[in-house]
Design a protein around this ligand. Structure first.
Ligand code: 8DG
Length: 140
């Protein structure tokens, strides 16, 4: 039986923007932008892994996790799954694995060079953000 290793990615949302993180390693991925996160460890649920990774990498507490439908192959044996998340406390800082962070509005999605594997999930999240911004704008 082959076991797929799950890499969890956090689409951290705040005030209508998505947090993008620029990888600092390994050399093949450095400089490309991703959703912060990492590998689920043995015995850990994906949601707990994501909360842990966001704490380690960004120094924040995140919650209100909602799965983004879909699963994206990263390389043989590894899949990416994504959750939207809200900040409960702290301001994100690039503590580990990243050297820059940016908050992007939906129309700024293409301003960073996302890892290819992240693009479908990022597009879904940005579409939803744009829709909810539109709905808010339409309220009296
Ligand atoms: N964190 C993260 N990794 C991604 C994304 N997209 C993508 O292809 N990857 C790849 C890069 C890495 O090869 C792998 C995740 O590894 P990682 O280095 O972030 O995981 P980790 O924090 O658990 O690190 P480690 O235990 O291997 O040191 O998945 C993404 O959006 N977020």
């Amino acid at each position: 039986m082959t076991t797929m290793r799950v890499v969890v990615g956090g689409a951290v949302l705040d005030r209508g923007r998505l947090l993008a993180a620029r990888r600092s390693a390994p050399p093949a991925l450095a400089g490309r932008w991703e959703l912060p996160g990492g590998k689920v460890e043995d015995g850990e649920t994906p949601e707990r892994a994501l909360v842990r990774e966001l704490r380690e990498e960004l120094g924040v507490e995140a919650g209100d996790l909602t799965p983004v439908p879909g699963e994206w192959e990263l390389r043989p044996g590894y899949v990416l799954r994504v959750w939207t998340a809200r900040l409960l406390s702290g301001a994100p800082r690039p503590l580990q694995d990243h050297d820059e962070l940016r908050w992007l509005l939906p129309e700024e999605e293409q301003e960073v060079d996302w890892l290819d594997q992240d693009r479908p999930a990022v597009a879904l999240v940005m579409r939803r953000l744009a829709e909810s911004a539109g709905a808010e704008g339409a309220r009296p």
